[in-house]
Each structure stands twice: as structure tokens, then as C-alpha cells.
Design a protein around this ligand. Structure first.
Ligand SMILES: Cc1ncc(COP(=O)(O)O)c(C=O)c1O
Length: 369
């Protein structure tokens, strides 16, 4: 029996080993770890990759979102529309600044929120929308931006799962007034620990986010405001600069794996496959299928040595942390059904064709038995 991990960094790490060793050598020689040239360099490269003017490295994706909201003065008394099926951090950022997350149901086929659904959630307290390009598929940004403009709302993209994804010729992470991302180790662009960034064309917002993330200081030992410590460090920046050069190819490898899955699994009636839009380039942070027999399939696949994931088993509104939203079970049926039926298949750069085919055969054996 084979063992197919749900995710592994082994292949990426082998590919970049020499570059990383050379980088460590330099790092040890100059021994400069925080607020140095490597962060500045990575910020430049990451901004250029998105064709935006500014990038600010921060400590993680949650802080990237929180600092973005804070810079936009979103806080108490405001509402922010977020997808009901996102990772908890999207909501945590909103509650951290004292605003209310308002949960919008996703389209069950794309897993993403839509302008149509967002529109039903807008009130006079709404200040911002946070579209999440879930699993690496861009949201329909033109519609969302048009709706935001009509209602005078900020758009903050949560690009934590979609580095390198493209919507109508433009990279995700370049559409919102500010855009937040995470470099958590399993993301398409991943650090060797926690890391995050904000991208924007707005110089003043970039400057404020940098200041908030550096204790509220622009000049050492002088504090404009009560900030936090949330900075991308030199080690992470150096690693991210190396990896950014490989990102498009690694995403292409993910798409090749996805294409094998989509072709081999299309005949299985019990399985709903992820959609790919002609307007978008998906980066398949996750390849997520849906089936009523999810738990059974997951268990069976384990017996074939195939690890899978569930993103996410309990949606935020049913978590204890968000009891105060008073959004009871049954109130977000699409999100709840997704939580019960989604299954993420193994996918990672360097996954071999035979491994993907093995997973497909195992799925067929499980569901067609
Ligand atoms: C959609 C989404 N938003 C935000 C985050 C938060 O990022 P971090 O873990 O770096 O805080 C993550 C991932 O962890 C995520 O998947």
C-alpha cells in the first residue's frame, strides 16, 4: 500500500535546498534578523508580482487583515460582510477591531461569496466586504467591486489561499483598497513559520499599517499610536524571496494534479468536483470535492493510505467563539451543507502523476463498490 500524504513540503524543500543554504550562510554572516534589507527586498518583489505600489510584511495573515481594517478605521458600530464558510481568521480580524462580522452564504459550486448574496447583507452600518478566494479560486471581483462602489464600501481581499491566482488578467491581492495575505507554511507561497503581508496602492494606508505593526512607531522610541508588534522577519522574507521565483511553476504543478483529478473523477455520480472559471486561473490551494458520503469516503481512503482534509468541519457561526452572533444551526444552510460534505484531496507541488492516479483509483474503489 502506498502512503499519499495530504500535503508535503518535501519536494519544494529539495528544489530550493541550495538557495536556502546560501541564504542561511549570508544570514549568519550578517546576523540581522528584524527590519532589515531582506524584508524591504521581499516587499518590493511581492508588490511588483501583484503590480501594486506597496507591500507591508507583517507577522501573520490574521494581523494583515486586522491591521488593514484598523487602517481603514473600521471598528465599533460597523459591520463587515465576510463569507460564512471561511477560515475563522477572517472573522477574528473583524471582531478584533470591534466590528460585527456579517456572514454571507457562498455559491456552493465555487465555494466563494457572490455580489448577489453580499447585496442582501448590506445595511447602513456596513463598512467593508472581505472576499476570500477560497481554496485558491478567485471570487467574481468585477461584480463585488461594482457593488462596493455603488454602496461606498471598502473591499479588502483575503488572499491567504490564492497567491498567484488570476482574475481577468490581474493577480488576486491587487483588487481591494488593501489586501491581506498569509504565508503560513501550507499556503501556496509559504514561509518557514508564520508570516503575512498587506498589498495596496494607497501610500498612506501602507504607512499606517507599517506603523501599527511596529508598536505604533515610525521613528524608533517615538510612538504615534498604540500599535502591536507584527512584523515579517528577515528569515521569513529571505525564504519567501526564494520561493516567490518558483511560485508560478509550483501553482502550475498543482493545476496539473487538479486536471488529473477532474478528468479521472468526472464520471463518479456521487462526487461533485470543483469548478474552474474561464475568467480565472485557480491555484488549487485545495482540491475540494463534495459528497454525501464524505465521512465514509474519508475513512475508506485512510485504509488505502490516502490522507485527506476537511476545510472546514465546523463553520465559524457554529463555533463557541461566535455564539454571540446568535446565528443558530440551520440559519446558513449552504455553509452547513458544505461543512458536512466537503473533502480536500491530496495536492502539493511535486505530487507525482502515479500518486494522483492512485488516489483516483482508491476513490473509485470506495464510491463505486
Ligand atoms: C482564508 C484565510 N484567512 C486568514 C488566514 C490567517 O492566516 P494566518 O494563519 O497567517 O494568521 C488563513 C490561514 O491560516 C486563511 O486560510
Amino acid at each position: 500500500m502506498k502512503h499519499i500524504p495530504f500535503f508535503t513540503l518535501t519536494h519544494q524543500n529539495v528544489e530550493i535546498e541550495r538557495e536556502v543554504q546560501a541564504f542561511y550562510k549570508e544570514l549568519h554572516a550578517d546576523a540581522w534578523y528584524v527590519l532589515g534589507e531582506r524584508v524591504t527586498q521581499f516587499e518590493k518583489e511581492y508588490a511588483a508580482y501583484h503590480s501594486v505600489r506597496h507591500c507591508v510584511g507583517v507577522g501573520n495573515g490574521l494581523d494583515a487583515l486586522t491591521l488593514s481594517l484598523r487602517a481603514l478605521k473600521v471598528g465599533k458600530g460597523h459591520e463587515v460582510i465576510v463569507p460564512a464558510n471561511s477560515f475563522i481568521a477572517t472573522l477574528l480580524a473583524v471582531t478584533q477591531v470591534g466590528a460585527m462580522p456579517v456572514l454571507a452564504e457562498p455559491d456552493p459550486n465555487t465555494f466563494n461569496i457572490t455580489a448577489e448574496e453580499i447585496e442582501t447583507k448590506i445595511t447602513e452600518r456596513t463598512k467593508a466586504i472581505i472576499p476570500v478566494h477560497l481554496y485558491g479560486l478567485p471570487c467574481e471581483m468585477n461584480q463585488i467591486l461594482a457593488l462596493a462602489e455603488k454602496n461606498d464600501l471598502y473591499v479588502i481581499e483575503d488572499n491567504a489561499q490564492a497567491h498567484g491566482a488570476i482574475y481577468k488578467g490581474r493577480k488576486t491581492g491587487s483588487f481591494g483598497i488593501v489586501n491581506a495575505t498569509s504565508f503560513y507554511p501550507v499556503k501556496p507561497l509559504a514561509a518557514y513559520g508564520d508570516g503575512g503581508a498587506v498589498t495596496t496602492n494607497d501610500e498612506s494606508l501602507a504607512q499606517q499599517i507599517r506603523m501599527f505593526g511596529n508598536y505604533g512607531s515610525e521613528e524608533k522610541y517615538f510612538y504615534e499610536t498604540t500599535g502591536i508588534n507584527s512584523r515579517l522577519d528577515e528569515i521569513q522574507a529571505g525564504i519567501l524571496s526564494i520561493k516567490l521565483n518558483h511560485l508560478d511553476r509550483w501553482n502550475e504543478e498543482r493545476r496539473q494534479t487538479a486536471a488529473i483529478y477532474s478528468s479521472a473523477l468526472k464520471e463518479i455520480t456521487d462526487l461533485i468536483l470543483p469548478v474552474a472559471s474561464p475568467d480565472s486561473t485557480h491555484v488549487y490551494h485545495q482540491y475540494v470535492v463534495r459528497t454525501e458520503r464524505r465521512d465514509e469516503l474519508k475513512e475508506q481512503l485512510q485504509k488505502y493510505g490516502v490522507q485527506t482534509g476537511i476545510h472546514y468541519p465546523v463553520p465559524p457561526h457554529l463555533q463557541k467563539a461566535y455564539e454571540f452572533l446568535n446565528t443558530k444551526k440551520g440559519s446558513l444552510p449552504v455553509t452547513e451543507t458544505l461543512a458536512e460534505t466537503v473533502l480536500s484531496l491530496p495536492i502539493y507541488p511535486g505530487m507525482k502523476k502515479e500518486e494522483t492516479e492512485y488516489v483516483c483509483d482508491a476513490i473509485k474503489n470506495c464510491l463505486q463498490a
